[in-house]
Structure formats: structure tokens, C-alpha cells
Design a binder for this molecule. Structure first.
Ligand code: ZN
Length: 189
């Protein structure tokens, strides 16, 4: 009769071995994870991060009429927004997350097919207006919540309009309009 001996490897007894015990070792918790989180505050999902704000059309879109007083035959002399000239049918995007408070109100016939969206930006209530969109392209209803960049409708020429463009307004605190260019330039990352 013979007895087989299995000699354990020397490593099993070596306290300096690189072999890890099968016990309570956790390798998924990096010691510097807290520091990593602390230097990533720009993420839109962060609790203290500012809300994302963007242009309603690509920032390279030409502007045919800027904000404020203007002199032109047949147009409003005090322009409440800016006119951006992109091809008819270009998707128009919400400048920030918000809630739709008006679509195609008859009291604003000059705006044509339009949406008014209320946002909270930097702790301030701000309303944005998107006008002259194509008939039938309105993608939203009053009460809808929208994300920044969500499509509002398609660029068109409804209402008081002589050529396809987006008329875009920004109203802080729901009051008088301000220059959307200055407003967005200060906030778009
Ligand atoms: Zn305009």
C-alpha cells in the first residue's frame, strides 16, 4: 500500500507572495475615486452642475436680423429676437430643458407656428420662443417636458415672414426680451 503526498507550493506559505487571498479584497474601489468625482463637476448629470444650454440651430447659422431697433420696410421696428437663416425644414432644437407653455396661440399670429418654452437657468426662470415653423411640424404640446436639444419643429416661414428663417426670442423672468446672442454666448459651454 502506498500513500501519495502532494507537496504544497512554497508560495502558499510565503507571506510576501503576490498571490492574493480569496478573502475580503475589493479591487473595484479605487482609492482616489472621490478625487476623480470632485474634478468632474461639468457633467450635466451632476447635482450642482449648471443646466446645459445650447443654440437652437448650429452656432454657425447666419443671422439675418439681430436684436433690437431696426429700420426696414414692412418689418417690426423693434425686433424682439434674432432671425437665423437655415434651410427650410432644418430641425429647431430647444435651447435648454424646460416645459412647453404655449403653442400656436392665436393671439400671436405674427409668430406663425411657434412654441414658447419655460426653463430654469442659473436659478432664473427664462422663456424661449421659436417662431415661423413649418405648418404641421410642431412636435410639442403645452405641458410637455423637453430636454435640451429636443426638436421643437422644423424651420419654415409661417406667420409674418418673407423668407424661411427662425425667429428666436429669450425672455428672462417672463418679462422683456433680451438679446439671445448675448444670453447664449454667456452660457453655452
Ligand atoms: Zn424676427
Amino acid at each position: 500500500m502506498s500513500v501519495a503526498f502532494v507537496l504544497p507550493s512554497a508560495a502558499a506559505f510565503d507571506l510576501n507572495s503576490t498571490q492574493q487571498p480569496s478573502g475580503p479584497v475589493q479591487t473595484f474601489s479605487a482609492p482616489d475615486s472621490a478625487a476623480t468625482l470632485a474634478v468632474a463637476p461639468r457633467d450635466a448629470y451632476g447635482v450642482t452642475a449648471p443646466p446645459a444650454v445650447q443654440w437652437p440651430l448650429p452656432s454657425t447659422t447666419p443671422m439675418s436680423s439681430d436684436f433690437g431697433p431696426r429700420s426696414c420696410a414692412g418689418c417690426s421696428s423693434d425686433h424682439q429676437g434674432i432671425d437665423l437663416n437655415a434651410p427650410s425644414g432644418t430641425p429647431i432644437e430647444a435651447m435648454a430643458a424646460g416645459v412647453v407653455v404655449e403653442t400656436n396661440s392665436p393671439g400671436y399670429a405674427s409668430l406663425g407656428v411657434h412654441a414658447r418654452i419655460q426653463h430654469v437657468i442659473d436659478g432664473q426662470m427664462v422663456t424661449s420662443v421659436y417662431a415661423h415653423m413649418q405648418t404641421g411640424s410642431m412636435a410639442l404640446q403645452v405641458g410637455d417636458y423637453v430636454a435640451a436639444g429636443q426638436v421643437v419643429g422644423l424651420l419654415g416661414c409661417t406667420g409674418s415672414c418673407t423668407g424661411a428663417h427662425l425667429h428666436f426670442e429669450v425672455h428672462p423672468d417672463g418679462g422683456a426680451a433680451v438679446d439671445p446672442v448675448a444670453f447664449l454666448a454667456a452660457r453655452v459651454a
